[in-house]
Design a protein around this ligand. Structure first.
Ligand SMILES: *[C@@H]1O[C@H](CO)[C@@H](O)[C@H](O)[C@H]1NC(C)=O
Ligand SMILES: *[C@@H]1O[C@H](CO)[C@@H](O)[C@H](O)[C@H]1NC(C)=O
Ligand SMILES: *[C@@H]1O[C@H](CO)[C@@H](O)[C@H](O)[C@H]1NC(C)=O
Ligand SMILES: *[C@@H]1O[C@H](CO)[C@@H](O)[C@H](O)[C@H]1NC(C)=O
Ligand SMILES: *[C@@H]1O[C@H](CO)[C@@H](O)[C@H](O)[C@H]1NC(C)=O
Ligand SMILES: *[C@@H]1O[C@H](CO)[C@@H](O)[C@H](O)[C@H]1NC(C)=O
Ligand SMILES: *[C@@H]1O[C@H](CO)[C@@H](O)[C@H](O)[C@H]1NC(C)=O
Ligand SMILES: *[C@@H]1O[C@H](CO)[C@@H](O)[C@H](O)[C@H]1NC(C)=O
Ligand SMILES: [Zn+2]
Ligand SMILES: [Zn+2]
Length: 666
């Protein structure tokens, strides 16, 4: 783990990175200025009012991410949790005015991906501090995600600190943790949400506790509607020792589950870290439907980071609300008579959580909020807490100023705007000699990294400690072998060959969205997310081609509408899901999508070497075994083994950008 903090120093804030949903640039007001440096007035606006029902939901999922003011268009402000809190408060008031219910739900993945969770100082636990921000929001149901389960101390912290706070609202229907009783040393297995009960009844025997375990929540809304809620995780296989994930199809066969669904509520609320299509929601849905054929079921999924919606039947809807607080989901339904079998009126909307969305929605509902009244005291406090944590973790420390944007999939590889090209052509050749100067001087080298080692785009402007966590958070070390040039010059091709590494996907860059089932089970969602982005881009290209055709051909003067062309819309997600009507609240033109590079990419091969001269092959510990297989496949003079690889200086993937920024961008 890496922190931006050097121990024992006091912290000085360099820049304030808090963007206000309701920041009113047009009016003077008393709040501290809360805007991203360089931010301008956004110009993209929601397309139409939200449709309210008797029951309404606000949904967040996979909030572990950049939370930059910029994605995908840096001129459009991005709200923080403080703004989100203010927004929720205003909508709750509006619900009260309309005498309807509004519930707030979250589908998990609160860890990994921003400095606020990952930038903790030595001795801390990932997410322990940022979870306190989540606790400021009035969630009704939360579900656990796979990122809460990779590292046992993180799960334990959720169990000891987070779950008790929610008093039965944090659900883990098919996830257990094994904990030790500190007095007796006996290990017990519990669903996470019962921590509170255990704490209150410390001498409870295991059999006693088993009889009162609740992996679901039954509650009544403010307006007296009965709800039965579950929190379900997909069939995740990458969890830490002493955490247990039960298969969804097994969970629905459990006696406790069957008993929990016997009583008919006004609706079932299924919140879970599982995509709404191509996964196991139908198991849960069908189990309920076999008992209650017409009871409304509202499903809130997550995990693949996309916007998606499907209706498993006419009296239910399943919504997935994107990732990284780029999207806030909305669902509403008119609840009809208990015995009705008619299709339910259900709507959904994907909101861009920026200040335009917040303010214009409030205005559209005749909620006469002036922009300057938007921030609630609570929202303002949360933004202050974020600032305090940012300072405490030294996250706004600036290493340098990036001259331009560098993209993962918005620019082709190789190209000047590709983050991968920056890495191979500039960063590695600059940074490696810095960390191992003597050897770099004496021995030519090639440095290889896996393209999956990078997590997010890098934007022009100040490159802060937080950006380091967002762009390249993984902690892989650089190792090397000394090999003859005749071997070294072939290694990249062998690594990228389809046969190498068993189940590894083909080296062809066209297959970046190929889904490896084993990777999916371990929680890797890149393939699905890439498929989704690629489809948006391809649809737009197709549309453009059709329009060009019409304009040029006989259909000119027909239905061609020049105004729908991308020029008037801002960049963003363009969702095509399986639910009726338009889902995206703000219409966008899609982000360009280029296939990822091959699995392995490398700095330029040294030139002018003889086949028998020695060179260094530098690589990441993450794929050391693949390098070793490749070397042993290429020659038989020597048998390489992972243990023989040496460290190439003290460098890892989560420090290389700050070193580079200090050298090249200062
Ligand atoms: C913040 O991080 C920078 C870069 O690592 C470091 O130079 C500085 O001393 C840190 N400040 C504190 C207070 O730890
Ligand atoms: C897992 O739990 C067992 C007791 O059931 C304990 O002996 C072991 O040390 C734990 N392992 C880890 C990695 O925590
Ligand atoms: C989870 O823990 C409960 C209570 O100890 C136990 O009954 C159940 O079998 C466990 N489930 C799994 C999948 O381990
Ligand atoms: C669930 O239970 C039913 C009936 O008891 C059985 O037929 C089915 O195979 C079980 N499913 C699983 C996944 O265990
Ligand atoms: C629903 O149907 C049951 C049985 O037919 C009937 O007793 C009950 O009154 C009905 N409820 C409503 C709200 O119509
Ligand atoms: C559903 O919505 C449509 C369109 O707003 C309306 O005509 C219809 O009456 C509604 N149905 C119910 C059951 O509320
Ligand atoms: C890419 O950068 C190089 C070097 O800075 C420059 O010569 C070249 O023109 C750039 N190419 C494009 C397409 O901008
Ligand atoms: C970003 O948003 C600004 C303000 O709405 C707009 O002027 C600009 O064209 C947008 N840029 C892109 C690439 O969408
Ligand atoms: Zn996620
Ligand atoms: Zn996930």
């Amino acid at each position: 783990m890496k922190a931006c903090l050097l121990s024992g120093l006091s912290v000085i804030a360099v820049a304030v990175v808090v963007q206000a949903c309701g920041d009113d640039h047009g009016h003077s007001h008393s709040h501290a200025k809360r805007s991203q440096p360089g931010a301008t007035q956004p110009t993209s606006w929601p397309s139409s009012p939200l449709v309210w029902g008797d029951i309404n939901f606000i949904h967040t999922t996979d909030s572990h991410g950049h939370q930059k003011s910029s994605y995908p268009n840096r001129t459009i402000g991005h709200g923080d949790f403080g703004d989100f809190s203010s927004f929720v408060t205003h909508l709750k008031k509006e619900a009260e005015r309309r005498n309807v219910d509004l519930l707030l739900v979250d589908s998990g993945d609160l860890h990994d991906g921003t400095g606020l969770s990952d930038g903790f100082p030595a001795g801390g636990v990932d997410g322990h501090e940022s979870n306190k921000l989540i606790q400021e929001l009035p969630y009704d149901v939360l579900a656990i995600g796979n990122h809460e389960l990779y590292i046992y101390p993180v799960t334990l912290d959720m169990y000891e600190s987070f779950a008790p706070y929610w008093n039965g609202r944090y659900l883990s229907s098919n996830v257990n943790i094994t904990v030790t009783d500190k007095k007796t040393g006996i290990w017990y297995q519990f669903p996470l949400e019962v921590a509170d009960l255990i704490r209150n009844f410390p001498r409870m025997s295991l059999s006693d506790s088993a009889s009162i375990l609740a992996r679901y929540r039954k509650f009544e809304t403010l307006r007296g509607r009965k709800v039965t809620a579950f929190g379900v995780l997909f069939n995740f296989k990458g969890n830490a020792a002493n955490t247990t994930v039960q298969l969804v199809e097994d969970m629905v066969n459990e006696t406790w589950f069957k008993m929990a669904i016997q009583e008919e509520p006004d609706f079932f609320l299924l919140v879970g870290h599982m995509p709404v299509q191509r996964d196991h929601w139908p198991n849960v849905f069908n189990a309920i439907r076999s008992v209650h054929p017409y009871t409304p079921i509202f499903i809130f999924g997550g995990h693949t980071h996309i916007r998606d919606c499907v209706q498993l039947d006419t009296r239910s809807m399943s919504l997935e609300s994107g990732r990284y607080m780029e999207t806030v989901g909305w669902m509403s339904a008119k609840l009809d008579d208990k015995n009705s079998t008619a299709p339910l009126n259900i709507t959904r909307r994907y909101l861009d959580p920026n200040r335009n969305t917040c303010v214009s929605l409030l205005r559209l509902y005749k909620y006469h909020t002036q922009l300057r009244d938007f921030d609630t005291r609570k929202g303002h406090e949360i933004s202050q807490q974020i600032l305090t944590l940012t300072n405490k973790f030294n996250l706004s420390y600036i290493f340098g100023t990036a001259p331009q944007d560098y993209f993962l999939s918005r620019a082709p590889f190789p190209s000047n705007n590709s983050l991968f090209s920056l890495l191979t052509d500039k960063l590695l050749p600059t940074v490696l000699p810095r960390v191992n100067p003597v050897r770099a001087q004496a021995v030519p080298s090639i440095a290889i990294i896996n393209s999956g080692s990078q997590r997010f785009d890098l934007y022009a402007g100040p490159f802060s400690c937080n950006d380091q966590f967002v762009v390249s958070p993984f902690t892989n070390k650089f190792l090397y072998f000394s090999v003859p040039y005749s071997i070294g010059r072939q290694i990249l091709n062998v690594l990228n060959a389809p046969t190498s590494g068993g189940s590894k996907r083909s080296g062809s860059s066209m297959l970046a969205d190929y889904e490896d089932p084993a990777e999916y089970a371990r929680g890797n969602v890149d393939a699905r997310f890439n498929q989704w982005k690629r489809a948006q881009w391809e649809r737009a290209q197709q549309q453009q081609a059709n329009d060009d055709h019409k304009r040029g051909g006989e259909h000119w003067g027909g239905h061609y509408n020049p105004h729908h062309v991308k020029s008037t819309l801002t960049l963003g997600y363009v969702t095509k899901d399986s639910c009726p009507g338009v889902g995206d609240d703000t219409l966008h033109t899609p982000l360009p999508y280029y296939p990822s590079p091959p699995d392995y990419i490398a700095s330029p091969l040294p030139t002018g070497l003889r086949d028998d001269s020695q060179m260094d092959v530098i690589f990441l510990d993450f794929f050391a075994s693949s390098v070793v297989s490749a070397l042993n496949q290429l020659q038989s003079v020597q048998t390489y083994s992972v243990g023989d690889a040496k460290a190439y200086g003290d460098l890892s993937t989560n420090t290389m950008f700050d070193i580079y920024a200090q050298i090249a961008w200062n």
